[in-house]
Design a protein around this ligand. Structure first.
Ligand SMILES: Cc1ncc(COP(=O)(O)O)c(C=O)c1O
Length: 410
C-alpha cells in the first residue's frame, strides 16, 4: 500500500502546511525580540481566547494538566478534600486532582454522550454524602472528608449536561471546574438561562489543553484557565509564576507553569481559523453519520443531544467487535484510536483506593467498545468514503454483522 493510500487518524502536517506562512513570523519575531516568556503575544492570545470562550479572563499556562491543577487550587480546593469526576477521561484530570492534594472520586457517565451523568452525581451526593449546615460543606459519609468540587469532562468535544450539574453543585456548595481540554468552542444550550453557552464559561473556572492534537493545538505543550472570577484569575496568575505578585515578591509557593510566548503567538494565529476548523469537523461528523447509518444498523454512532453543539475533537463509534474492526482498519491503512481503553479507576495508581471492576459499568462497557475514527479538518471526502467502505467490508471479513445496540439518532 502506498503512503498516499493510507489515511492517518490525524494529519497535523497538512494542517500546518496550509498556514505555514502565517506562523513563521511568530518564530522570527520571538527570536528578534527575545521575548520568550510573557509579553504581548501571551497577553494578546489570552484576550482573544477569553473572548472566544465567552469568559472574562483567560490565563495561559504550560499545559492542560496545569490548567486543571491551577483552577482547582485557585478555586479553593484544599489538601484532604474529595473532588468528584468521571472515570472516562484522560488520566490528567485525576492527576491534577491528586496534585492539588485532594482525592479523586468518581461517578459514572451517560451511555450516549460519554459525559458525566447528572443522575449519577445526584445519586452520589444523596446516598454517599450529606450537607452539613453548620459548616456549609458537603461531607462523604464513609470517607469522612469534605467533598468540595466537581470536574465534569467535556469529552470528545461535547459538553456535559451542565444545567443539572451546576444546579447540584449549587445545592451542595461545590466548586465546578470544567475540564474543557477537548472542547474548544463547544456549545451547550442552557434551558435555565435560555441561551447557548460556550465550554469554559459555565463553571467557576475551566481548563483547556492546547496539546498539538487538540482542535486548537500549539506546536508544543500549552494550556489555559478561563474564568469570570477576577480573584480566581489573580491566583492563577501567581500560581503559574512561582507565587509571585511582582518580580521576586512571593505570596505563596507556586509553580513554573507559564505559557511560552512562541506557543501563545502560534495559538493566537491558529485561533483565527478555529471556528472554520470546528465547522469542518461538524460537517465531517454529519457525513460519517449519514453514510455509516446506511452501512450498519448496529454500529452505535455519536449522539448529539438537542442541547449540544459539539466540536468533534474525536468521532467515536461503538461496537462489540471493536478489536476486529480496529484490526481490519489498521490492515487497510486507516488510523484509529481508543480514547480510552482502561477507565481511570482501574489504572494502577488508583488501585490502592479500592476501586474494582464493576464499580462504573457504563464507563467500563464503553472502554471495551469504543473506537475513534479519523477526524481532522483536512479529511477529504474520498478519504472518508474509504473509511466507510472499509467499515462496510468488515461484515464479510468477520463473518457476522457488527452487533452493538441499534443506532442512536440525535
Ligand atoms: C480530558 C483531558 N484533560 C486533561 C488533559 C491534559 O492536557 P495536557 O496534555 O495539555 O496536559 C487532556 C489532554 O490530553 C485531556 O484530554
Amino acid at each position: 500500500m502506498s503512503d498516499n493510500q493510507k489515511i492517518p487518524f490525524l494529519d497535523l502536517v497538512g494542517l500546518h502546511e496550509e498556514i505555514e506562512k502565517e506562523l513563521l513570523p511568530v518564530f522570527q519575531n520571538t527570536l528578534r525580540t527575545a521575548g520568550f516568556i510573557g509579553g504581548p503575544m501571551v497577553e494578546g492570545f489570552e484576550r482573544d481566547f477569553a473572548r472566544f470562550s465567552d469568559a472574562a479572563h483567560c490565563l495561559g499556562v504550560a499545559s492542560g494538566t496545569d490548567a486543571v491543577l491551577f483552577a482547582l487550587l485557585a478555586a479553593g480546593v484544599q489538601p484532604g478534600d474529595i473532588v468528584v469526576t468521571v472515570p472516562h477521561t484522560f488520566i490528567a484530570t485525576t492527576e491534577a486532582i491528586s496534585q492539588a492534594g485532594a482525592r479523586p472520586d468518581f461517578v459514572d457517565i451517560d451511555e450516549r454522550t460519554y459525559c458525566m451523568d447528572p443522575a449519577k452525581l445526584q445519586e452520589y451526593l444523596e446516598r454517599e454524602c450529606y450537607f452539613d449546615r453548620e459548616t456549609g460543606k458537603t461531607f462523604h459519609r464513609t470517607r469522612k472528608a469534605p467533598v468540595t468540587a466537581v470536574v465534569p469532562v467535556h469529552i470528545y468535544g461535547q459538553t456535559a449536561d451542565m444545567d443539572a450539574i451546576l444546579e447540584l453543585a449549587h445545592r451542595y456548595k461545590l466548586i465546578v471546574v470544567e475540564d474543557a481540554c477537548q472542547a474548544h468552542g463547544a456549545e451547550y444550550f442552557s434551558k435555565k438561562e435560555n441561551r447557548w453557552r460556550k465550554a469554559g464559561s459555565m463553571g467557576h473556572a475551566a481548563a483547556f489543553s492546547f496539546y498539538p492534537g487538540k482542535n486548537l493545538g500549539a506546536c508544543g505543550e500549552a494550556g489555559a484557565v478561563t474564568t469570570d472570577d477576577e480573584a480566581l484569575a489573580q491566583k492563577v496568575r501567581m500560581l503559574r509564576d512561582h507565587g509571585q505578585s511582582r518580580k521576586y515578591y512571593h505570596e505563596m509557593e507556586g509553580y513554573n507553569g507559564r505559557l511560552d510566548a512562541i506557543q501563545a503567538g502560534i495559538l493566537q494565529i491558529k485561533l483565527r481559523h478555529l471556528a472554520e476548523w470546528n465547522q469542518k469537523r461538524r460537517q465531517i461528523a454529519a457525513r460519517y453519520n449519514e453514510s455509516l447509518r446506511g452501512v450498519s444498523a448496529s454500529l452505535v454512532l455519536p449522539f448529539e443531544p438537542s442541547w449540544s453543539r459539539g466540536v468533534y475533537h474525536l468521532y467515536v463509534v461503538r461496537t462489540e467487535e471493536r478489536d476486529q474492526l480496529q484490526e481490519h482498519l489498521t490492515k487497510a491503512g486507516i488510523g484509529t484510536g481508543i480514547h480510552y481503553p482502561v477507565p481511570v479507576h482501574l489504572q494502577k495508581p488508583y488501585r490502592a483506593m479500592g476501586f474494582q471492576q464493576g464499580d462504573f459499568p457504563v464507563t467500563e462497557k464503553a472502554a471495551a467498545q469504543i473506537l475513534s475514527l479519523p477526524m481532522f479538518p483536512g479529511l477529504t471526502l474520498a478519504q472518508q468514503n474509504r473509511v466507510v467502505e472499509e467499515i462496510a467490508r468488515i461484515e464479510k471479513i468477520i463473518g457476522s454483522p457488527l452487533t452493538a445496540q441499534p443506532v442512536v439518532r440525535a
